[in-house]
Write a protein that binds this ligand. Structure first.
Ligand SMILES: *Cc1c(COP(=O)(O)O)cnc(C)c1O
Length: 377
């Protein structure tokens, strides 16, 4: 048996919409793009949505649209995908890494205020693994200190905090559609906001800095080509139509994993969901006990066809970050500890119970072997 880490959920509906887009003759800025933007705006409870070619591009534009400049400081997490901090470095903005909670793997909101300095201009709230930060707290802190808030909701489409959707809280928020996310467009991202000015700037920047009325060769500002094609948007429309179904399947798969972990007496931790949060399952993360050799577990699993990956390495330990970030006063001990223990196991909406059983049985075996092995090193 070969079980991949992730797999997109594509049906005839996605194929039909792509054919419609091809037949429309408008492969860029066509009707599917507008429709996809409307659907994501509605889901995130926003007035405006601007589709782009990746989550990274949309984050970059969000940073620019917030008026962040070289030397400004932004509070964020090191335990994340590198794009969530790269978007700051593109503009010379300094990421200030705040430690995480070992239970949720999200930035620890209780540590945010200590990290604020006169240079702090914003909080980049990354909703890790499909769980939003406690956004009532984040918004309250931001308001008190006059900080902008960008939500990196790239892993959290469909999640909620206090009954409100991820992406609905900050001055701007970003969703992503890489194939391992809840829904995919192959590659893609979207900026959502209630601020018309931010929307207009984003529309201009994604389209070579053209004026909003799209005058062909009038470039008002230095822009980019961050456009999403209508073929991608067509896939996105079908995925959005199926969002409830996809999220339901992922929820079911996650509950099955939790049950199997319990039935097999596996000594691993899974993400803790806070009472006000509704999680939208992105990947399935387990944290191994500290004495277990993670590399050994991964290699044993790989030998039986189960694909697993360490998730995440801390961003501040990446070679390209040397000298370009700051650490909040509390340090980054929890981030570093967790990043050595956590790994992602196969997870996608159409994973079968048989596959999950196979993963957990072999994981139990691998943990046992790694425990015996681990004592030696
Ligand atoms: C996926 C992801 C992004 C954006 O990734 P792209 O591949 O550029 O779409 C940004 N931040 C986080 C936390 C992510 O998981």
């Amino acid at each position: 048996m070969l079980i991949p880490l992730s797999k997109p959920d594509i049906t005839d509906l996605e194929k039909q919409y792509v054919l419609e887009a091809l037949d429309s003759g408008q492969l860029s800025f066509g009707p599917k793009l507008r429709q996809f933007e409307r659907m994501v705006a509605k889901q995130t409870d926003r007035k405006f949505a601007v589709a782009m070619n990746s989550g990274t591009s949309a984050l970059h534009i969000a940073v620019k649209a917030m008026g962040l400049k070289a030397g400004d400081e932004v509070l964020t997490t090191s335990y994340s995908f590198i794009a969530s901090a790269n978007c700051l470095l593109y503009e010379g903005v300094v990421p200030v890494f705040v430690d995480i909670s070992a239970e949720t793997f999200n930035m620890d909101v209780e540590r945010i205020e200590k990290a604020i300095t006169p240079k702090t201009k914003a909080i980049l709230a990354v909703h890790i693994f499909g769980q939003t930060l406690p956004m009532n707290r984040v918004m309250e802190i931001a308001k008190r200190h006059h900080l902008k808030v960008i939500e990196d909701a790239c892993e959290s489409l469909g999640a909620e905090w206090g009954g409100k959707p991820a992406g609905s809280f900050g001055d701007a928020a970003v969703i992503a559609f890489y194939p391992n996310k809840q829904i995919t467009t192959g590659e893609g991202g979207m900026l959502v906001t209630n601020d018309e000015e931010v929307c207009k700037l984003a529309q201009s920047w994604r389209n070579q800095g053209r004026s909003i009325d799209n005058t062909w060769l009038s470039h008002e500002r230095l822009g980019y080509n961050y456009r999403m094609s209508d073929l991608q948007a067509a896939v996105g429309c079908a995925q959005m139509e199926r969002l409830d179904e996809i999220l339901r399947k992922r929820e079911l798969a996650a509950q099955t994993y939790k049950r199997l972990i319990e039935e097999n007496n596996l000594d691993v931790r899974t993400i803790q969901v806070l009472p006000s949060a509704k999680l939208s399952w992105f990947i399935f993360i387990i944290a191994l006990p500290p004495e277990i050799n993670r590399a050994k577990v991964i290699s044993v699993l790989s030998e039986c066809g189960v694909q697993c990956k360490p998730y995440f390495s801390c961003i501040h330990t990446q070679p390209c970050y040397a000298g370009r970030y700051k650490v909040a006063p509390d340090g980054l001990e929890v981030s570093l500890q967790q990043s050595l223990r956590t790994l992602a196991i196969p997870f996608y909406s159409n994973i079968t119970e048989q596959e999950q059983n196979y993963v957990i049985k072999n994981l139990a075996q691998a943990v046992m072997e790694a425990a015996e092995d681990g004592r030696g090193d």
